[in-house]
Design a protein around this ligand. Structure first.
Ligand SMILES: O=P(O)(O)OC[C@H]1O[C@](O)(CO)[C@@H](O)[C@@H]1O
Length: 494
């Protein structure tokens, strides 16, 4: 049988011509976000196929399980209670999170009232989900409103340490040590270095300026931190889903408690949308349908996220952990191999900078990468309105250029067009809209996992490298290693 001619899938322009209601159907508003998916290849057929797949995969049941505190993280025997941190989960989980948040607020109030002395700065020590969320919140929202000088330290690198502490006065700096396990090598090493920094500066009681944030308070106690300075969060809160919990204490200190509460409220509004909106109007679910189409049907290996707002410059790196550590897997929840691509490589940057670095490939490269633009309608009142206008117009122009392309007699100058993009436009960037945006991405990640049948809440893939590093640190026996690695260790003399 000769190959059946592949029915060419319609181009984006053809889709707009064929579907007069395309824009209205594929531009959604919820929780303060405007999400335009109309420049993706989602059409009636793909949406219907997505809904049928969601039914087959038990999406509704999985989503209900998330919000009712069932064990959705089967490999670790845990629920996922990040939604409870903002009041959206099972009553018992919400109650426990509320008690812990009250303790967090009491500590924030005490610090603001001078219980820890005159605090002018915060050194937040953590890595992965224990730093990426708080750093995003403070960088996005604290540009003008932060009452404190806040620095984040994650890497086990003296240069990172020196850079972090440079603007801080050890005598008036609060050290926040955030670690869910309180066993992470980098975080504990940086904590000890921070203690030394305080001591060297003459701080008589370094631990008097330390608070710990963890799901393992006993491990924190063993390091000598007083119980009164330990904020606990639940084992059900995954690291990359934890900024809503006491891991967000640095953001609450920097932005104020009301801002932290508004962040939670914004996320809760997105929770309600995700939980109750019909599939055809469900932002995270439709986004997941598009993700599945590009990764599985078109073999796209990447997903480009570009924040056309400097205040969201940390969002792409935050999403890298959220999406790639959640769905960068190759077996289902039941351990069955998956024989098609699962998670794309999430990457991105800030616009317009990225236009002068990576958009060449996005427009004329051989690989097709779905692009996502995030922009904010309102600039802050101290920003140049004309600059902001140009920033927005560049974001919109890039999406238009990706879609329409440009023919040319000269192949070097020809643009294929028909390259997909989606745009999220916030009216303004405030705690509420940022909370909704981050929750949108959490639920998009969860929806992708449900469609794939994988567990987005464990991360066994991060352990082997850590184990080998620990073995080498403790005992330089390299005989079991490959020749290349042995040669590198020898040449570096480590
Ligand atoms: O908060 P912890 O336990 O220090 O872990 C830090 C990060 O390390 C990871 O476990 C991956 O190595 C992430 O999932 C986590 O956010």
């Amino acid at each position: 049988m000769p190959d059946q001619p592949q029915t060419p899938t319609p181009t984006l322009s053809q889709l707009f011509d064929a579907e007069p209601d395309r824009l209205s159907r594929l531009s959604l508003e919820a929780a303060g976000l405007y999400f335009d998916l109309s420049k993706t290849h989602l059409d009636h057929a793909l949406i219907q196929a997505g809904i049928e797949r969601a039914d087959r995969m038990g999406f509704d049941t999985a989503r209900d399980a998330l919000f009712t505190g069932d064990v959705v993280n089967a490999s670790e025997g845990r629920p996922a209670t990040h939604v409870a941190e903002r009041g959206s989960g099972a009553p018992e989980d919400v109650d426990l999170a509320t008690v812990r948040r009250q303790r967090m607020r009491a500590l924030v109030d005490a610090i603001e009232a001078g219980a820890f002395g005159d605090i002018t700065g915060v050194l937040h020590i953590g890595i992965g989900g224990s730093v990426l969320g708080p750093a995003l919140l403070v960088d996005a929202l604290g540009r003008r409103s932060s009452r404190l000088t806040v620095r984040f330290l994650s890497n086990i690198d003296g240069a990172a340490f020196d850079e972090a502490v440079k603007p801080l006065d050890p005598a008036t700096t609060l050290v926040v040590v955030a670690s869910k396990t309180f066993t992470t090598q980098e975080t504990l090493a940086n904590f000890e270095a921070a203690r030394g920094w305080l001591r060297s500066a003459g701080v008589a009681d370094p631990d008097g300026q330390v608070i710990a944030v963890t799901a393992k308070p006993d491990a924190a106690l063993e390091t000598g931190i007083d119980e009164s300075r330990i904020l606990q969060f639940g084992e059900g809160v995954g690291g990359r889903y934890s900024l809503w919990s006491s891991v967000g204490v640095t953001a609450a200190l920097a932005l104020g408690w009301d801002a932290f509460e508004e962040l939670l409220e914004g996320a809760a509004e997105m929770d309600r949308h995700f939980r109750f909106a019909d599939a055809e109007a469900n932002m995270p679910l439709l986004a997941a349908f598009a993700d599945r189409h590009y990764v599985e049907d078109r073999g796209c290996q990447g997903r480009g996220v570009f924040a056309y707002d400097e205040r969201l410059r940390l969002l792409p790196s935050y999403l890298q952990q959220l999406e790639m550590e959640s769905n960068g897997k190759s077996v289902t929840k039941e351990g069955k191999p998956i024989h098609h691509p699962t998670a794309p490589i999430t990457w991105g940057g800030t616009g317009t900078d990225a236009q002068h670095a990576v958009f060449q490939l996005l427009h004329q490269g051989t690989v097709i990468t779905p692009v996502e633009f995030i922009a904010v309608r309102d600039a802050e009142d101290d920003q140049d309105p004309e600059h902001h206008r140009l920033l927005l117009l560049n974001a919109f122009a890039q999406g238009a250029a990706l879609m329409q392309g440009k023919a040319s007699e000269d192949p070097q100058r020809a643009y294929s067009g028909n390259r997909p993009s989606s745009t999220i436009l916030l009216e303004k960037l405030d705690p509420r809209s940022l909370g909704a945006l981050i929750a949108f991405y959490e639920h998009r990640t969860f929806a992708n996992a449900a469609l794939l049948g994988i567990n987005p809440f464990d991360q066994f893939g991060v352990e082997l490298g850590k184990q080998i590093a620990r073995q080498l640190a403790d005992d330089a026996d390299t005989e079991s290693l490959d020749p290349s690695t042995r040669a590198l260790i020898k040449r570096a003399g480590v």
